[in-house]
Design a protein around this ligand. Structure first.
Ligand code: GDG
Length: 477
């Protein structure tokens, strides 16, 4: 059997509970098959250290998974990670052209680190390895691997949304990025809408031909594309909810809020997650439906994220001010409308918290999928489930149609949906939850990784990549 090689910006210890969606999912697929996980260590190094002036790979074996990590220089970190990945690709792919900072130094650093990853990874590869590359930090990795003669099967999965062609074309290097994807054999997206956007781009910008079997032909290469909506480990999450920690947390929160109704948000503090809009909608709920005053309480967990990027700092200040204002305007001696927690909460506490909440507010302005929506469903008591209020702009909305779908920019509409969730009959809550649970069970994380890998294994490598590499690699020179 071929070895699985996973490449992502960061790796994680497979024995430990991982916080982010990508880490949980990758850990899951690697533990099934064993294999190699390659990425940045998260550490910075002096530019001068290392025998060849480059970082040495650190190898570590954890169960059946080998971790291979390397350090980055400060300059590489600032340009590749903070710069191009998080000030160009992240905002533009989430439709936030206003927050993008197009700087040629960022693009050069992004390419340099992808080349470094490719060189270091090449030394570890075996001829029949199957390589699975993850996310927007590493779009050109296959091009760089191909340039070094790598003929392995390589797949790519984009965890964030694929924007429509016009938005994509706002990135100065859009042609290079999209052409680079054709050096993969299979490219997976979170939703059908993402596949449509990608196909639309290559059809209009590169005159791509659509072939049977979900394939696109352009730049003398044939690429298979598909939607592989990422899922969670439903059983693991449900059992966490029933574990001692889960039950304790549930009991504690239920007791504390016995006279109130709890609404919950769990997000990284990121401008894509629509947090200020959510607080505005909650405020509207209190203003327009006064029966919720002294009762409905929003717990908003906002775990710190990318604090060295300016836009995240602005968001923190805005959230502090909005939450302070709503508590000042509506709070009572014995009740505060919003409990805003700008810290990371232990993973084992989340299921109990989800289960104790009457409503989950998952209202991103744009999101590739959103795993919190699925975790909330998995943690509910099936005989008395809470209600999911979900943004129609989350990839999850394509699958979770029985949630109450909202436009997070529409404050009054979202407040109305929250009111509907708070007053929904047990029959309707149960019917919606049963349907949602069935969907997340069918398309769980095992389905996600096994269907992607089965398609990658069965995809014919078109074998003509070498001819294309030089033109694609040169676009940025
Ligand atoms: C990207 C895409 C896509 C959050 N706060 C805490 C905490 N979390 C956990 C949640 C969940 C994960 O982090 C967040 O996953 P999401 O899917 O909601 O969002 P992103 O981090 O933006 O992930 C996204 C995902 O990749 C997977 O493909 O769905 O669209 O943007 O698991 O529970 N965990 C802990 N403490 C916290 O305070 N322990």
């Amino acid at each position: 059997m071929s070895r699985l090689v996973v490449v992502s910006n960061r790796t994680a210890d497979p024995r430990k509970a991982a916080a982010g969606g990508l880490a949980v999912a990758v850990k899951e697929s690697l533990q099934q098959t064993g294999g190699l996980w390659f990425g940045w260590s998260g550490k910075l190094r002096d530019s001068e250290s290392g025998t060849s002036g480059e970082s040495d790979i650190k190898l570590q074996t954890v169960g059946n998974v080998q971790l291979a990590t390397l350090d980055l220089t400060q300059e590489d970190h600032d340009t590749y990670y903070l710069g191009y990945s998080n000030k160009v690709l992240w905002p533009v792919f989430h439709y936030r052209l206003d927050l993008a900072n197009f700087n040629v130094r960022f693009a050069a650093g992004y390419r340099r680190v992808n080349q470094l990853f490719a060189r270091k990874l090449m030394s570890l590869l075996r001829p029949d390895d199957i390589i699975w590359v993850h996310d927007y930090h590493l779009i050109p990795l296959a091009t760089e691997l191909r340039a070094l003669g790598c003929g392995n099967r390589i797949g790519f999965f984009l965890h964030i949304p694929m924007p429509p062609p016009l938005i994509m074309a706002a990135i100065p290097e859009h042609e290079w990025l999209m052409r680079s994807l054709f050096d993969y054999d299979l490219v997976g997206f979170q939703s059908e809408a993402d596949v449509t956007h990608f196909a639309g781009y290559v059809e209009s910008e590169a005159k791509a031909d659509t072939l049977p079997g979900n394939r696109l032909r352009a730049f003398n290469r044939t690429l298979r594309v598909g939607a592989y909506p990422i899922g969670i480990d439903v059983d693991e999450f449900a059992s966490l909810a029933r574990s001692r920690d889960g039950v304790e947390m549930f009991g504690q929160i239920r007791e504390e809020y016995s006279r109130r109704r709890l609404l919950l948000g769990v997000d990284r503090l990121d401008y894509s997650k629509g947090l200020p809009q959510r607080v505005h909608a909650f405020r509207e709920l209190l203003a327009k439906y006064p029966e919720n005053r002294n009762s409905a309480t929003l717990i908003q967990i906002a775990s710190p994220s990318r604090e060295d990027v300016g836009a995240y700092d602005d968001l923190r200040v805005e959230m502090d001010s909005l939450c302070g204002a709503i508590n000042g305007d509506y709070g009572e001696l014995d009740w505060m409308p919003v409990r805003y927690i700008h810290r990371n909460v232990a993973r084992k506490k989340l299921p109990g918290l989800y289960r104790a909440s009457r409503v989950a507010l998952v209202t991103p302005l744009r999101d590739g999928m959103n795993l919190v929506a699925k975790e909330f469903i998995a943690a509910q008591d099936p005989s008395d489930p809470g209600v999911l209020v979900l943004s129609r702009f989350a990839g999850a909305a394509e699958q979770l149609k029985e949630a109450l779908l909202v436009n997070p920019y529409d404050t009054q509409g979202t407040a109305l949906a929250i009111q509907r969730a708070l007053t929904m009959s047990i029959e309707e809550r149960t019917a919606r939850h049963t349907a949602l649970m069935q969907r997340i069970r069918q398309f769980d994380v095992h389905w996600w990784s096994s269907s992607f890998l089965a398609d990658l294994s069965s995809t014919e490598s078109s074998g003509d990549f070498r001819a294309v590499v030089s033109s694609s690699a040169n676009l940025l020179n």
